[in-house]
Design a protein around this ligand. Structure first.
Ligand SMILES: NC(=O)c1ccc[n+]([C@@H]2O[C@H](COP(=O)([O-])OP(=O)(O)OC[C@H]3O[C@@H](n4cnc5c(N)ncnc54)[C@H](OP(=O)(O)O)[C@@H]3O)[C@@H](O)[C@H]2O)c1
Length: 199
C-alpha cells in the first residue's frame, strides 16, 4: 500500500516509517527534508501535496504542533497558532484527502492523552486534541464506506521524556506507539480513538 506520512521525520514518524517500510511504500511529508513538502497550517500546501502524490491507500499524520503554556500566559496568537496548526491542519488534511484515498483506505490523525488528562499548561493542547477526536468521529460517519478516519492518542513517549530530561520509564516507546498506527492502517475500524499509552 502507498502510505502518505505527514511528520515522517519526527520521533513517532521515524518509528512508523521503520515499521511500515518492509510491507508498504512510505511517502514522507513535512515542512523540511521529506519526499513532499507540506505545511499543515497552510491549506494550499496540503492541496498541492495531494496533487503531487495523487492517490494513496492511507494517510497518516504525526505532524503539527500546539503551544504548551499556562492559561494566564496563553496569548491570542498562541491560541490561533495552535488551532491553525495541529487542529485545522489535520482537519484540512482529511478534507483534502477525500478523492485521493483509495475506497476503504484510511486517514489516521494524532491527538494525545492531554485531551482527557490535563496538565497545568495544556489548555491549548487539550482543546486541539479533543477537537481532533470530535472531528474524526463525524468525518468517519460522513465518509462511511468511502474512507476510514481514526485517531491515535499517544501518551507521553519515552524518547520524548528522555529528550526533556525526564524519566523515560513513565512513557511508552515510540516503537510501541507505531504499532497502533499500523493497526489503524491495516485494520477495518473507523471513527475510533486508539489509545497508545503506557499501561
Ligand atoms: N512525543 C510525545 O510524547 C507525544 C505525546 C502525545 C502526543 N504526541 C503527538 O504526536 C505527534 C507527533 O509527535 P512527535 O513527538 O513525533 O513530534 P516531533 O518529533 O516534533 O515531529 C513532528 C514532525 O512533524 C513535522 N511538522 C511539524 N509541524 C508541521 C507542520 N505545520 N506541517 C507539516 N509538518 C509539520 C516536523 O517536521 P518539520 O519541522 O520539518 O515540518 C516533524 O517531522 C504530535 O501531534 C504530538 O503532539 C506526541
Amino acid at each position: 500500500m502507498r502510505v502518505l506520512l505527514v511528520g515522517a521525520k519526527g520521533v513517532l514518524g521515524s518509528e512508523i516509517t521503520r515499521l511500515l517500510q518492509p510491507a508498504h511504500e512510505v511517502i514522507s511529508a513535512s515542512r523540511t527534508g521529506a519526499d513532499v513538502a507540506v505545511d499543515l497550517s497552510d491549506k494550499a500546501s496540503i492541496v498541492a501535496m495531494f496533487d503531487r502524490v495523487d492517490t494513496v491507500g492511507a494517510v497518516v499524520c504525526v505532524g503539527g504542533t500546539a503551544k504548551f503554556t499556562p492559561i494566564d500566559a496563553l496569548t491570542d496568537d498562541a491560541y490561533a497558532f495552535s488551532l491553525a496548526n495541529k487542529l485545522m491542519g489535520q482537519v484540512n488534511l482529511v478534507r483534502c484527502a477525500a478523492g485521493h484515498v483509495d475506497t476503504g483506505g484510511s486517514v489516521t490523525l494524532t491527538s494525545g492523552t492531554l485531551a482527557q488528562q490535563p496538565m497545568i499548561g495544556s489548555a491549548a493542547v487539550s482543546i486541539v486534541n479533543a477537537g481532533i477526536e470530535g472531528f474524526a468521529r463525524v468525518a468517519a460517519l460522513e465518509w462511511q464506506g468511502k474512507m476510514r478516519v481514526n485517531v491515535v492518542s499517544p501518551g507521553w513517549v519515552a524518547e520524548t521524556l528522555t529528550s526533556m530530561g525526564k524519566d523515560p520509564a513513565q512513557g511508552i516507546s515510540a516503537a510501541d506507539v507505531a504499532m497502533v498506527y499500523k493497526r489503524a492502517i491495516e485494520g477495518t475500524m473507523s471513527g475510533e480513538v486508539l489509545l497508545a499509552a503506557k499501561a
